[in-house]
Design a protein around this ligand. Structure first.
Ligand code: NAI
Ligand code: MG
Length: 365
């Protein structure tokens, strides 16, 4: 049957960047025979305005039944004073929680044309293409006991790092599956030197590794990992790590590549009956109220999120590469949205112009 996609543009620049993704989806349908059953719905502030909730039960049901959800961004100043229970972000959290999206994939990919834009030296990042898999639904952000208590007449703040074998196993398995589709190298990061959960993490990763004899596995303490990511990031292919270390390491890796407007992500859950994982794809950036409605947003992060959907939900790795190559071509040709300006004498193009250029490059490919 035709694969299905639910598009949730959200708020601020979300709908602006998503409009460019829709052009790309249509192009793949018309020119490559890749037909998708696409539906659109509301999330975040847009859903609150209509339903009084940041995501309706009906939308939630649709999200659960499609092959992939594409989300733009949620939030904005208009909603800042709402009660926490109906804040736009709660729509996102509900999607992640109810779809049980436990593996968060954050690629750090440096397009050659933007290598000067990185905070690091060009030769350290040019050609960089790594993937961080962060466990997203467990660990220290969720473990009990937690709270601020009083002990011996002073306050004590407590969080608990807690991982079950099965939680580690499913995250590790997702990372090994990815490694199989990439360069077959996996580095697991924890602190087994000082943490019990780290010892278990390392053990379970090694147990899962038995099922993937083709993948070369290594282990690294997460603090050294942070250093190596900045020193020589190209040594990595796939990195798998827990929720806390993954939060920090993925932000660190993000700065290797430059603009927030360039960073895609995927969150994957368990396989559905058709074998595809539950999946949501979204840019890392937010709704950017400061530039919303001005045609300034860079649509590439959102377009690259769709490329991830092609690769990880629809098994269209070659078509994903076609799309990424088209983006590389557009950037190499000098096209820049405002967030990518740096060089003198270059003027910015708009969100839609960038989308059009990507379509042109696809057509020429
Ligand atoms: P943000 O990512 O929206 O913006 C940070 C800065 O980066 C701004 O200067 C913005 O103009 C720029 N920027 C972001 N995406 C861009 C793009 N595609 N092209 C060009 N420039 C871009 O983060 P901020 O300002 O902290 O949050 C704004 C709103 O977005 C808040 O309501 C926040 O809660 C929400 N948010 C939503 C997220 C999501 O939906 N996943 C993630 C982060 C924030
Ligand atoms: Mg973070």
């Amino acid at each position: 049957s035709t694969p299905s996609i639910l598009i949730l543009p959200g708020d601020g620049i979300g709908p602006e960047v998503m409009a460019e993704v829709v052009k790309v989806i249509d192009w793949f349908g018309d020119k490559r025979g890749l037909k998708f059953d696409v539906s659109h719905d509301l999330v975040g502030g847009a859903a609150y305005d209509k339903h009084g909730a940041p995501i309706s039960d009906e939308t939630m049901e649709k999200a659960q039944s499609v092959d992939a959800v594409l989300l733009g961004a949620v939030g904005g100043p208009k909603y800042d004073d709402l009660d926490f229970s109906v804040k736009p972000e709660r729509g996102l959290l509900r999607l992640r929680k109810e779809m049980d999206l436990f593996a968060n994939l954050r690629p750090a990919q440096c397009f050659d044309a933007l290598a000067d834009f990185s905070s690091l030296k060009k030769d350290i990042v040019a050609g960089l293409d790594i993937m961080i898999v962060r466990e997203l639904t467990s660990g220290i952000y969720f473990g009990e006991p937690r709270g601020i208590f009083t002990e011996n007449n002073e306050r004590v703040g407590i969080n608990t790092q807690r991982y079950t074998e099965s939680e580690i196993e499913r995250a590790a398995r997702a990372a090994f599956e990815l490694a199989m589709k990439r360069d077959k190298r996996l580095c697991s990061m924890e602190k087994a030197n000082v943490m019990e959960s780290g010892i278990l993490w390392r053990d379970v990763v090694n147990e899962v590794a038995v099922d993937y004899p083709e993948v070369e596995v290594s282990h690294m303490y997460a603090d050294n990992g942070a250093m190596q990511l900045v020193r020589a990031p190209k040594q990595f292919d796939v990195i798998v790590t827990d929720n806390l270390f993954g939060d920090i390491l993925s932000d660190c890796a993000a700065m290797l590549t430059g603009s927030l407007g360039m960073l895609p992500s995927a969150s994957l859950g368990l396989p559905m009956a058709n074998g595809r994982p539950k999946a949501m794809y979204e840019p890392v950036h937010g709704s950017a109220p400061d530039i919303a409605g001005q045609g300034k947003a860079n649509p590439i992060a959102c377009v690259l999120s769709f490329a991830m959907a092609l690769r990880y939900s629809f098994d269209q790795g070659d078509e994903a590469t076609r799309l990424e190559t088209a983006i590389e071509t557009v950037l190499a040709g000098g096209a820049r949205t405002a967030d990518l300006l740096g060089e003198e004498g270059v003027t910015a193009i708009s969100t839609t112009e960038m989308g059009d250029k990507i379509i042109e490059a696809l057509t020429a490919s």
